[in-house]
Unconditional design. Structure first.
Length: 280
């Protein structure tokens, strides 16, 4: 993986700030949705889609493309913002989020949205789908890689751990998972609802290569993704320590913003904060 210069990091930060604006605007206009988890994963998506993954918006069904499964499908505004910016579909689609007959529904739909690789929303299933994609790549003799993003609350689901066993059993070293470890789920703090700790040790015990990273540090995200790609014989879990609602101060670490759209005053305040932060 390339090393990011200061200019690269400044460019990526500006990109992420713009995408955060898109997320807030989408949700405000829709009047519903999930800002907290969308804002916590946008930096991961930016590094993947702009610096790591082999994808081509002009040829979205290229059989040799890399795949990304957003297992925590309710955070799809982040994915939609990135896909629109990369050119998979027109930016004006973002205005139709959650509208009837819109290609951008409240959870990703691979039948409706260019660039979406897997329909998700029922939590716990994305890693199983990603396993299948990684196995298919191996059978095809293809170098393509599969990436999957899970939530930490989602990781309380039993199917996640069945899929973890499968990936380890088949030694899917072309699979990289990111766990969005922002510490909150719809009912409160993950540690209080159903603790996952010791999280890293659990994944290691299930036969995974485990790495940890600051999920908002672009250089570190790129470096750790490169280490995952270089790992042979094991799937890799990257535990990304993130902040729910990252970038908007009154949303950060607030469970109330798991699934609530901003009103007009909150929308204007959020955009003002993002504009000020993007100029830093």
């Amino acid at each position: 993986m390339p090393v990011l210069s200061k200019a690269d990091i400044k460019e990526i930060k500006s990109k992420a700030t713009g995408l955060r604006r898109d997320i807030i605007t989408m949700l405000y206009r829709a009047g519903s949705g999930h800002p907290g988890g969308s804002l916590s994963i946008i930096d991961i998506l930016v590094v993947l889609y702009y610096k790591v993954m082999n994808v081509d918006p002009r040829n979205p069904r290229d059989p040799e493309r890399d795949r990304l499964v957003l297992s925590k499908g309710h955070a799809c505004p982040a994915l939609y913002a990135v896909l629109a910016d990369r050119g998979f579909f027109p930016a004006h689609y973002l205005d139709s989020l959650r509208k009837i007959d819109s290609p951008l529904q409240g959870h990703p739909d691979m039948r409706k949205t260019p660039g979406v690789e897997m329909s998700t929303g029922s939590l716990g299933q994305g890693l199983s789908a990603a396993n299948g994609m990684a196995l298919a790549a191996r059978l095809d003799g293809s170098p393509r890689r599969t990436y999957v993003i899970l939530g930490d609350g989602e990781s309380q689901e039993g199917q996640v751990w069945e899929a973890a066993l499968t990936a380890s059993h088949y030694r899917l070293d072309n699979l990289t998972a990111f766990l969005d470890s922002n510490g909150l789920q719809i009912d409160g703090w993950v540690r209080e609802v159903k603790s996952l700790e010791p999280l890293a040790d659990k994944w290691r015990a299930f036969g995974w290569n485990v790495l940890e990273v600051d999920g908002h540090d672009y250089a570190s995200l790129l470096e750790v993704t490169g280490r995952a790609s270089a790992c042979k014989g094991l799937p890799t879990m990257i535990i990304a320590h993130t902040v729910k609602g990252k970038g908007v101060s009154f949303m950060e670490n607030q469970v109330d913003w798991h699934g609530k759209a901003p009103g007009q005053n909150e929308y204007e305040k959020a955009l003002a904060e993002l504009d000020a932060g993007g100029r830093d």
